[in-house]
Design a protein around this ligand. Structure first.
Ligand code: NAD
Length: 322
């Protein structure tokens, strides 16, 4: 039986990944500071521990594993990573996790390890025009991410690539673009735009008003979690390192996103604009490279994923009220 470790297996994407690997017949060990918030873990073994502690890493990687997915990070949406208040923690915590996990895998001769980087590592100056953002993999340098979160991702990408080069490890680097879906954080300050709007629309009556940070003209693309896992696993099992974008090319404005969610909910609400952290003006995945190298790219329409996500968050909101 093949064995895998999911670091960050108590989180949103990690939780889904544990389930997917279980469906494929893997024996799965998950490790996280916390158990999944909204459902039971399907991991065979769940270690609750802090990956900043090398002793915890030694406990986690105590035997050979066929696949290691390193998704643990101190992260959140714009309200967490773009406000400046958490920069030192984000950089220190996530970099320490990556240093520890990689070094422990090297010592234990565990070779195949996936790292979830982020589109936030792309230079700000290529993402000023909402209609024409540039996020092809080769546009990463000269580097100029707009957040410390992005700088840490860039550092850690390079760390993984260096371990691949110097120690012959089969590292894989995927650059995720705004992943969403059920069982993701939907309140509390770390939630991202799709979940935040699903919550606001669900909490507000038809004809009411929801709040939005900024003018809503900034653009993004959003990838449903199942397709994120498909891309990550395909990259992991390919003979190619990356880095590669794992994202959707269906770019929408934040206004479009909010309107789409209202439409799904069958509600018509007005939008009140308030100041808030916004990030770059435009961002979209560029899927030329993933298509060329993996013969696959995400293709599910945004609406499909939002229907499932809204349904789940609306139910969570209902339960929280009762
Ligand atoms: P998440 O916050 O739900 O999951 C991360 C998990 O890491 C959390 O459960 C957290 O408890 C855990 N963690 C944090 N510090 C830890 C520590 N010291 N020891 C052990 N566990 C620790 O986030 P997610 O959305 O599932 O993201 C997973 C990965 O994908 C992260 O690396 C993130 O940066 C990356 N990513 C996500 C997105 C997105 O849109 N969700 C976009 C780009 C990149």
């Amino acid at each position: 039986m093949k064995k895998a470790v999911v670091c960050g297996g108590g989180g949103f994407i990690g939780g889904h990944l544990v389930s997917r690997l279980k469906e494929e017949g893997f024996w799965v060990r998950a490790v996280d500071l916390k158990f999944p918030e909204y459902n039971e873990t399907s991991a065979d073994d769940f270690i609750q521990g802090d990956l900043r502690d090398i002793k915890v890493c030694e406990r986690v990687f105590d035997q050979p594993f066929d696949e290691v997915y390193q998704l643990a990070a101190d992260m959140g949406g714009a309200g967490f990573v773009f406000v400046g208040d958490h920069d030192a923690d984000i950089m220190h915590n996530s970099a320490t996790i990556n240093l520890n996990v990689l070094e422990t895998c090297r010592r234990r001769n565990i070779k195949r390890i996936f790292y979830s980087s982020s589109a936030c590592m792309y230079p700000e100056h290529n993402q000023m025009d909402p209609d024409n953002p540039l996020c092809s993999e080769d546009s990463a340098y000269p580097a100029d991410p707009d957040s410390e979160y992005g700088w840490e991702k860039l550092f850690s990408e390079r760390l993984f690539l260096a371990y691949g080069k110097n120690y012959g490890m089969d590292v894989r680097v995927g650059r995720y673009h705004n992943i969403f879906g059920p069982y993701g954080t939907w309140d509390g300050g770390r939630e991202k735009a799709p979940a935040a709007f699903c919550r606001k629309v669900a909490q507000t009556e038809d004809g009411g008003e929801i709040e939005m940070w900024g003018d809503g003209l900034q653009t993004r693309s959003f990838l449903y979690v199942d397709e994120c896992l498909e891309g990550s696993i395909r990259l992991m099992r390919s003979d190619w390192t990356g880095p590669v974008n794992i994202g959707s090319e269906e770019m929408v404005s934040i206004n479009d996103l909010a309107n789409l969610i209202m439409d799904i909910a069958g509600k018509s609400q007005s939008i009140k604009r308030i100041p808030g952290p916004l990030g770059v003006r435009g961002r979209n995945s560029d899927n030329k490279l993933i298509s060329e190298r993996l013969g696959w790219k995400p293709s599910a329409p945004l609406r499909e994923g939002l229907i499932k996500t809204y349904e789940w968050i609306a139910e969570e909101v209902k339960q929280a009220i009762n």
